[in-house]
Design a binder for this molecule. Structure first.
Ligand code: GDP
Ligand code: MG
Length: 690
C-alpha cells in the first residue's frame, strides 16, 4: 500500500513512534468484526498509538458512504493510515466491520466504516444502522463520501444512509439537553468542476432539509431543526485516476483542515468534541457498541455517567494502591512499637494530597457530578485509613507525655530544695503558655509537652472532623493524677521524716525522766512532748507552703503530728516500763535505799541494825513508783489534751499499768526484795559468827 508514502513520518505523543518499525505502517485494528463483536484490544492499541495518555487532546473522525466510493483510499491519503483498499483487478468486497487507526502526526482516531450497500443488494441494513449509531456517538466529524453523479438523486443510496444517520441522531440525543453538534463533512468525489461546488452543496442542502422534514420526530422535538444537531461542510475532490496530481493537491489541502487549528475551515472545533478522556475511550466505545447491539435506547448522557463511574473507580483504586504503599511504613512504628513520628501530620497531608492529585489528574476529565461524588468517597476512604495512625499517634504521644512528666517530676524532686506545688504548677502552666505562644525553641523539661501539642495541631488534617480535645483533657486529667500521686508520695516521705524527728527528740527525755523518777516526771515529759510537737509543727507549716496546702489540710496535719508524737511517746514509755524494765527500776530504787546509806555507801549490817524497818521502808518507797508510773499524771498540766477519735483515745492512753498489772508487779517485786532481806539477815549472822 503506497498511499501513505506521500505523508512525512511524524512521531506520536511524547516522541513515541506510533507506527510499526518494520513496515513503517501505523497499526490498524478491527474494532468491530464481521460477527459484530467488539475488540478487546483497543486499550493496547491506544497504547501503541501513543494516545492512551492524551486526555482530551485527541479527535475522532469516521467515514460513511456506499461501497467502493474510495473511502479507504481517501482516509489513507488524508491520515497516513493503511486501511484495506479494494483491489482494482479483483473488485472483491473488503471485510465488513469497523476499523480504526490513528492519523500519522495527528492525535486523531480514524474510523473506517465498511459500507455494505445492503440497499442495493437487498441485504439487511441492520449493520449499517448500527455502525451509524456507533460512529455518531463516538465521533466528532463524519466524512460523508459520495460521487458527484449521485448528487441530486434523492432516492439514491447515500440519501437513504443520511436518513438513517439523522434518525439515529434524533434517537441518540432526545434525552440530552446540552447536546453536542456533529460536523458532517461531505466530500464529493470525482468532482468534474462543470457544476460549481456551491451549487452541488445547495442541492444537497435542499435534499437534507427534505429528508429532515420527512423524519418522524420524537415527542417534544417536533420543531427541531437539522442545524440544531449538525453543521455541514462541503468539499470536492478531482478524479483520482484521471487527474492524479490534481487529486493529490486537493487531498493535501483537505488534510490541512484536519491538522491545522488555525485553518478557517478547521474541522475539529472544540464544540464537536465528545469529551471522553482518551484513557476511558475504550470503555466508552465498547459500552456504546453493547448498547447498540442490545438495541436499547442509547442514552448518551447516561452512558457518559456510567463511563465516569467505571473509570473514576479504576483511577481511584490505582491511586489508593499507591497511597496504601506510602502509608504502610507508618504501621510498625506507630501501631506496633508505640513510637511517635514528629511530622506525621505533614507527611499524611503530603501522601493524601498525592493520592488526590493522582485521582484528579485523570478523573477530573469525566462527568463532573460523578467525579465530584467519587472524589468525596475517596477522601473519606483516605481519611479513614489515616485516622488509624492519627489515633495511634495520639495514644503514643499521650503515653510519652505522661512518662516524661513523671520522670521529670522525679528529677526535680531529687534536688536538694524545692517547692512541690510550684514545680507542678509551673510546669503545667509553662507548657500551656509555651503551647499557645508556640515558642518551641525554649527547651525545658516540658518541651515534650509542647511537641505533643504541636504534633497534634499538625496532625489534624483539613477536610476531616478529627479533634484532640478529648485527648487533651484526658491528658490534663492524667497529669493531675500523676501530680496528685507524686504529692501523696512526697507527703508520705515527709511524714516519715517527721516521725523519725519526733522519735529522736522524744526518746531521750522520756527515758531520762523514767529512769530518775520523781513527782515531776510527767510534767517534764509533757514539756518535752510539747517542744517536739512545736518543732514538728514548724516543719509542717514550712511544707504546707510547698504543698500549697489549705488551712484545713494544715490543721489536720498538725493534729496528726500531735497524735503521732503522742504514740511515739507512749511507745517509749511502754518500752521503759515493760515488766523487766519496771522491776529493774523498782529494784534499783529499793537497793538505793536498802543497801546504801544516806551517803551512798554500801551498808554493812550489824546485829543492832533494825533490818526489818530499813527493809520495809525501802520496799515501800520502791513501791511508790508503781502508782507514779501506772498513769500519766496531768495535774501539773491542766488543760493538756489531744483530740480523740475512734482510732485515738487520749484518755485511755494515759493509763500505763492496769490494776492487775500493778498487783502482779507488786507481788513479783515483793518476792524479789524478799531475797535481799534474807541476804541481809544472813550477812549479819555470818559476821556475828566470826
Ligand atoms: P471503499 O470501498 O469506499 O473504501 O473504496 P476503496 O478505497 O477500497 O476504493 C475502491 C476503488 O475505487 C479502488 O479500486 C480505488 O482505486 C478506486 N478509487 C479510489 N479513489 C477513487 C476516486 O477518487 N475516483 C475513482 N473513480 N476511483 C477511485
Ligand atoms: Mg474501504
Amino acid at each position: 500500500n503506497n498511499d501513505t508514502t506521500t505523508i512525512t513520518k511524524q512521531d506520536g505523543i511524547n516522541g513515541i513512534k506510533s507506527w510499526d518499525e518494520d513496515t513503517g505502517l501505523i497499526p490498524r485494528l478491527q474494532i468491530v468484526d464481521e460477527n459484530q463483536l467488539f475488540t478487546e484490544n483497543l486499550p493496547s492499541y491506544m497504547e501503541k498509538w501513543s494516545l492512551a495518555e492524551a486526555g482530551f487532546q485527541y479527535n475522532v473522525v469516521a467515514v460513511f458512504g456506499s461501497q467502493s466510493t474510495g473511502k479507504s483510499t481517501l482516509l489513507n491519503r488524508l491520515f497516513g493510515t493503511s486501511f484495506d483498499v479494494m483491489d482494482e483487478n479483483q473488485r472483491s468486497q473488503t471485510t465488513k466491520g469497523i476499523w480504526m487507526s490513528r492519523g500519522r502526526g495527528m492525535h486523531v482516531l480514524v474510523m473506517d466504516v465498511e459500507g455494505t450497500d445492503g440497499r442495493e443488494r437487498g441485504e439487511d441494513q441492520d449493520f449499517e444502522r448500527k455502525s451509524a449509531l456507533f460512529s455518531m456517538a463516538t465521533s466528532e466529524v463524519i466524512i460523508l463520501n459520495l460521487w458527484e453523479h449521485q448528487v441530486g438523486l434523492y432516492q439514491g443510496a447515500n440519501m437513504g444512509l443520511l436518513k438513517t444517520v439523522f434518525e439515529v441522531n434524533l434517537q441518540l440525543f432526545q434525552n440530552q439537553k446540552g447536546k453536542e453538534k456533529t460536523l458532517i463533512l461531505i466530500v464529493i468525489r470525482d468532482h468534474v468542476g462543470a457544476t460549481p461546488l456551491e451549487n452541488l452543496a445547495k442541492t444537497i442542502q435542499a435534499d437534507l432539509e427534505k429528508i429532515w422534514e420527512s423524519l418522524p420526530k420524537p415527542e417534544g422535538l417536533e420543531d427541531c431543526k437539522i442545524h440544531d444537531y449538525f453543521d455541514f461542510m462541503f468539499t470536492g475532490l478531482p478524479h483520482k485516476i484521471l487527474l492524479p496530481e490534481k487529486f493529490d493537491e486537493e487531498v493535501a489541502v483537505l488534510r490541512h483542515r484536519f491538522n491545522d487549528p488555525k485553518n478557517p475551515n478547521y474541522v475539529f472545533r472544540p464544540q464537536y468534541h465528545k469529551r471522553i478522556p482518551a484513557d476511558g475511550y475504550h470503555v466508552y466505545a465498547s459500552s456504546i457498541w453493547d448498547k447498540v447491539l442490545s438495541n436499547k435506547d442509547l442514552d448518551l448522557p447516561t452512558q457518559q455517567e456510567l463511563l465516569a463511574q467505571y473509570r473514576c473507580d479504576e483511577i481511584s483504586n490505582t491511586a489508593f494502591e499507591r497511597f496504601t504503599e506510602r502509608i504502610t511504613p507508618f504501621k510498625t512504628p506507630i501501631l506496633e512499637k508505640a513510637q511517635t513520628i514528629p511530622d506525621l501530620g505533614k507527611q499524611m497531608q503530603e501522601i493524601r494530597s498525592e493520592a488526590l492529585e493522582a485521582f484528579d489528574k485523570n478523573a477530573s476529565r469525566y462527568h463532573k457530578g460523578v467525579y465530584e461524588k467519587k472524589r468525596k468517597e475517596m477522601l473519606v476512604k483516605l481519611n479513614t485509613q489515616l485516622n488509624v495512625f492519627f489515633v495511634g499517634q495520639l495514644k503514643n504521644l499521650h503515653k510519652k507525655a505522661i512518662t516524661m512528666f513523671e520522670e521529670n517530676l522525679k528529677v526535680e524532686l531529687k534536688k536538694p530544695s524545692y517547692n512541690f506545688a510550684e514545680i507542678v504548677d509551673s510546669c503545667l502552666k509553662e507548657a500551656n503558655s509555651l503551647f499557645t505562644t508556640g515558642a518551641k525553641e525554649k527547651l525545658n523539661m516540658y518541651s515534650l509537652l509542647i511537641t505533643f501539642f504541636l504534633g497534634l495541631l499538625d496532625m489534624v488534617l483539613a477536610d476531616t472532623d478529627w479533634s484532640y480535645t478529648h485527648e487533651h483533657s484526658q491528658l490534663e486529667e492524667d497529669f493531675a493524677k500523676v501530680s496528685a500521686q507524686a504529692r501523696a508520695d512526697e507527703f508520705k516521705k515527709m511524714s516519715k521524716q517527721l516521725a523519725k524527728q519526733v522519735e529522736n527528740e522524744l526518746s531521750e527525755p522520756v527515758s531520762l525522766q523514767l529512769n530518775n523518777p520523781n513527782e515531776k516526771i510527767w510534767h517534764n515529759i509533757i514539756e518535752a512532748y510539747k517542744e517536739t510537737v512545736e518543732h514538728g509543727q514548724k516543719t509542717l507549716v514550712d511544707k504546707a507552703k510547698s504543698f500549697n496546702s489549705s488551712d484545713d489540710e494544715l490543721e489536720e496535719s498538725i493534729l496528726g503530728l500531735k497524735r503521732q508524737a503522742w504514740l511515739v511517746l507512749r511507745k517509749k514509755v511502754d518500752e521503759e516500763l515493760a515488766d523487766n524494765m519496771l522491776l529493774l527500776k523498782l529494784r534499783s530504787r529499793f537497793e538505793e535505799k536498802f543497801r546504801y546509806d544516806e551517803h551512798g555507801l554500801p551498808r554493812v549490817w550489824k546485829p543492832e541494825d533494825d533490818i526489818d524497818s530499813y527493809f520495809r521502808k525501802a520496799r515501800d518507797e520502791a513501791l511508790t513508783l508503781i502508782p507514779l508510773f501506772s498513769k500519766i499524771n496531768l495535774s501539773d498540766d491542766e488543760g493538756f489534751d489531744i483530740e480523740s477519735d475512734e482510732d485515738f483515745d487520749f484518755k485511755h492512753s494515759l493509763t500505763i499499768l492496769t490494776e492487775a498489772k500493778q498487783i502482779d508487779i507488786t507481788n513479783r517485786f515483793k518476792r524479789e526484795s524478799d531475797a535481799f532481806y534474807l541476804e541481809a539477815k544472813r550477812s549479819v549472822v555470818s559476821t556475828t559468827a566470826k
